[in-house]
Ligand binder design. Sequence first.
Ligand SMILES: *Cc1c(COP(=O)(O)O)cnc(C)c1O
Length: 419
Amino acid sequence: MAVRWQSEQSGHSDRLVPVTAATAAEIERADRCSAHNYSPLPVVIASGSGAWVRGIDGVDYLDVLAGYSALNFGHAHPDLVAVARDQIGTLTLTSRAFQHDRFSDFCADVARLCGKDAVLPMNTGAEAVETALKLARKWGYDVKGVPDGRAEIVTCAGNFHGRTIAVVGFSTDPDARGGFGPFPPGFRTVDYGRLDALADAITEHTVAVLVEPIQGEAGVRVPPDGYLAGVRRLCDEHGLLMLADEIQSGLGRTGDTFACDHENVVPDVYILGKALGGGILPVSAVAANRDVMDVLHPGQHGSTFGGNPLACAVGSAVVKLLETGVYQQRSRDLGRYLHELLAQLPADRVGRTRGRGLWAGIDLAPGQPSARTVCERLLARRVLAKDAHEGTIRIAPPLVIDRDDLTWAVERFADALGG
Ligand SMILES: *Cc1c(COP(=O)(O)O)cnc(C)c1O
């Protein structure tokens, strides 16, 4: 399919689509030759445009997962595709051994977006989290004067920060951590959303608090009002770095550029990923001020692909989209509408819904089928969504989705709950 911006192709047919023989065969083939670390829904996507994707079955599906917010700007956003195409034929990799002509723009653009002095580019989200942890430890030793090898970082129960050994070591999800130890020491985990628990965990060796402003994988858990401001205050009082993992919550998802903006909180370190790559390639970054960033010297941290020309070109284009404010506004407006629609769903089917902006975690009521089953029913209704936990479905459509498509998605959701 030639890339068409938005969805003249889709239409809102309410018929149920079966899993075709070709789709089943392709899934079986992938199953034979790939690791089984995922259990994808039975759909095989071949192309995408805006909020819609097309399967090898020729069916158009509305994507309300958006690559866990990596696709905030939708599939094949024309500005991003144009920049990527142009850069791909020009220069894609130099390594950081040499400077390239897209690097300074990217760092300046991300720094400006974050209101910080300096940017350290990486690739995946987990790498950016690791970078922030290393930065915080080094800062703790070099600046705060914590005795060598004793630095502690406080993390929150229910967190999701990626899949590396250090990061799963402080996960509280038995699937994420079970069987992967031993884990690096130096982390303390406290209840999310509770400032008293956080205060109790702080010692003279604490260097930082790592927090998701809204916990995405945990089912779009929004902390109590004032929590982020409270974390900021505790960090100030105790001389700690506030590390905000905005990989999923940032870049327009919640209706602001960053979820921390909602409480006018500025963390010491922003951790960005997902949508920073425009859904085209992995681009992540850490942004901080000089007093923190300058604890790193040549040879102490790096990445072969981090900050490559293609990543920088796309990342800069993403920042330009965000600087229009259009996507944050869409997220606010459509998000308000989405939460209104969700509030009208029958209480015997749907329990609590949470979220901010165009982002919702929907708890199914007791006695309802599993979230996975509901997602399978949604697939048959041409809507692609993902269960967060057993009883929770996450809705995070691309911010380019239009209002009619969003309405239709919620109607299909109501229908799927009905059986
Ligand atoms: C997705 C995610 C990560 C990990 O990003 P990867 O690119 O998958 O390594 C880290 N933190 C949060 C909050 C995320 O949502």
